[in-house]
Design a protein around this ligand. Structure first.
Ligand SMILES: NC(=O)c1ccc[n+]([C@@H]2O[C@H](COP(=O)([O-])OP(=O)(O)OC[C@H]3O[C@@H](n4cnc5c(N)ncnc54)[C@H](OP(=O)(O)O)[C@@H]3O)[C@@H](O)[C@H]2O)c1
Length: 164
């Protein structure tokens, strides 16, 4: 990847699911600092400390699964619904706005055109500091999927054939 970067064939190098220990190992043993690290980030797993670490090391945080794929009844959460009603926006927009206001890049996925349009539409309102803070209370500091630091999981992921 560094060779391609130096040849000008790629403009940036990004990584995914690098926890701080792995990321710093990568940084100190290579020349190019990754531009971005894509990690599970949503109201139930907020990654606040990891975000700070990434900022300190000039790596942009990007959220995969900003809705946690709807797990934990994300779209039915009472606090998120009450904030959404206050701004007359959907829960989805509140979540994406909250992440964006935190400086987190979001990549939500939807198979429905109207939702893709809805998910882009988050730049016509701003959450108050009070509402930003209220959402912090939802943090469980745990993945809703799996632990990327579990050796068995790392082995399983490493043995999968990439379908790219
Ligand atoms: N790097 C990694 O390890 C990793 C891991 C997982 C995912 N990702 C990436 O992250 C991106 C998003 O991932 P994801 O699909 O896992 O999670 P997600 O965006 O959190 O959730 C997608 C789910 O939310 C629903 N949804 C989307 N917009 C909605 C809206 N406005 N209102 C209500 N429901 C809505 C979708 O349903 P409908 O389709 O029916 O709208 C779908 O069920 C993808 O690009 C994926 O490739 C990366």
């Amino acid at each position: 990847m560094e060779d391609l970067y130096k040849e000008g064939k790629v403009r940036a190098i990004g990584v995914a699911n690098f926890q701080p220990d792995r990321l710093i190992d990568l940084i100190i043993n290579n020349e190019i600092v990754p531009a971005i690290n894509q990690i599970e980030t949503h109201p139930f797993h907020q990654q606040t400390e990891t975000q700070k670490f990434l900022q300190e090391n000039n790596v942009q945080i990007e959220s995969w699964g900003p809705f946690a794929e709807g797990k934990n009844n994300m779209f039915q959460n009472e606090l998120l619904i009450s904030i959404a009603q206050k701004y007359d926006k959907s829960v989805a927009r509140v979540i994406l706005r909250w992440l964006t206001q935190r400086g987190v890049i979001v990549i939500p996925k939807s198979l429905r055109k109207e939702r893709i349009v809805e998910n882009f539409n988050i730049f016509d309102f701003e959450l108050s500091a009070e509402d930003m803070e209220a959402i912090v209370s939802l943090d469980t500091k745990k993945s809703l999927f799996f632990d990327h630091r579990d050796p068995e999981m790392v082995k399983w992921l490493g043995n999968r054939k990439l379908d790219v």
